[in-house]
Design a protein around this ligand. Structure first.
Ligand SMILES: [Zn+2]
Ligand SMILES: [Zn+2]
Length: 363
């Protein structure tokens, strides 16, 4: 199989021919059709997120077709079109049975191996690790069967790939984690792949106003096309003041969809009393923020983490597909650049430069 491999943080990815093992118990093999280029992979490749074993096949956002299944696999079969989830779920633990499978207690930590602690890929006999269980920068990938969610056959798989991370995380942040009601105000910091989907999630539930904040004018233009009612260029204006001007009392909901600790303070400071600040983007490993406890206590403000848009993947991926097929969810518009596997480094460069809404590697 061909894959784009990261050997060392800060170094370019290299396309390699890897050996791949067959599926073990409760695993499936997926032939990749497309993979989104996600900021979390860029964080890993540039070294700002630490602790990943190398060499590793990156990619946490993909879709493809099931090529083979291991013993004990019941819910997906060969030939099924699937969207990949980077969060395995057991279906039996406290969090799975209470509808929060994104927090599954048996979902292995992202240490680069599958559930049994080993890898299915190797190069010259040495293990090659799996990013986020799904390693979608490879032409084939072995993963836990809970990570391959079957979808209807008429859904275009290139488009479906984005549901596996950015669409689910962003839309889910608005409609699942925050459960924004109609007419509530939203401020969304960062108009990249996640932030644009928070904006369209706000549109789905008729939030208003939906205020996009970024430092890049072309991203703010994307934000308007995805349903933002207002934009703030934070390189020119103070976003906290501007959000208070637009909303009067501050934002009912603020979303941090960018990995910068300083932005968390802005998203906190722009909140109305009883407002909720949702942290989606993750700053560099070890980052801390401080805030005034008075604002939290006296204003009954809340700050909360958001993992994967609180996705119940087996329920929410097909739900996102239905919304797309009904014309209520925009995904084609998010895909501004398409790449071959060989161009993954160029995809990272364009992502870091803020040139893309979403880049897509097509196999
Ligand atoms: Zn991702
Ligand atoms: Zn579980």
């Amino acid at each position: 199989m061909k894959a784009s491999v990261l050997f060392e943080p800060g170094q370019p990815l290299e396309v390699e021919d890897l050996d791949i093992e067959g599926p073990r118990d409760d695993e499936v093999v997926v032939r990749m059709v497309a993979s989104g280029v996600c900021h979390s992979c860029l964080h890993t490749a540039d070294g700002s997120w630490k602790g990943f074993p190398m060499p590793i096949v990156l990619g946490d956002e993909g879709a493809g077709v099931v090529e083979d299944i291991g013993t004990g696999v019941r819910d997906v079969k060969v030939g099924d079109p699937v969207i990949l989830s980077w969060a395995p779920s057991c279906g039996r633990c406290h969090y799975c049975v209470t509808g929060r499978s994104q927090l599954c207690e048996r979902g292995a930590p992202s240490n680069g191996t599958l559930m049994d602690g080993s890898t299915r890929m190797s190069l010259k006999g040495k293990p090659v690790y799996h990013y986020g269980h799904v390693a979608s920068y490879g032409s084939y990938s072995v993963m836990p069967s809970s990570c391959a969610i079957p979808i209807r056959k008429d859904m275009p798989l290139e488009v479906a790939a984005l549901i596996g991370c950015s669409v689910m995380t962003g839309v889910g942040a608005a409609i699942n984690t925050a459960a924004v009601p109609p007419g509530a105000s939203m401020a969304v910091f960062g108009s990249g792949g996640i932030g644009l989907n928070v904006i369209q999630g706000g549109g789905l539930v008729e939030a208003h106003p939906i205020i996009a904040v970024d430092v890049n004018q072309s991203k703010l233009d994307y934000a308007m096309s995805m349903g933002a009612s207002h934009t703030i260029d934070a390189s020119k204006d103070d976003p906290v003041e501007a959000i208070k001007d637009i909303t009067g009392r501050g934002a009912d909901y603020s979303f941090v969809a960018v990995g910068e600790a300083g932005v968390i303070n802005q998203a906190w400071n722009c909140l109305a009393p009883a407002g909720l600040c949702l942290l989606i983007g993750l700053p560099a490993s070890g980052s801390t923020v401080t805030f005034d406890t008075w604002d939290l206590q006296a204003g009954e403000r809340m700050i909360k983490g958001c993992k994967y848009g609180s996705a119940r993947t087996w329920e929410d991926f097909p739900r996102m597909v239905e919304l797309y097929m009904a014309g209520k969810l925009k995904i084609d518009e998010l895909i501004t650049h398409r790449y071959d596997l060989e161009d993954a480094n160029e995809a990272f460069r364009a992502l870091a430069a803020g040139e893309v809404a979403r880049g897509l590697i097509v196999f």
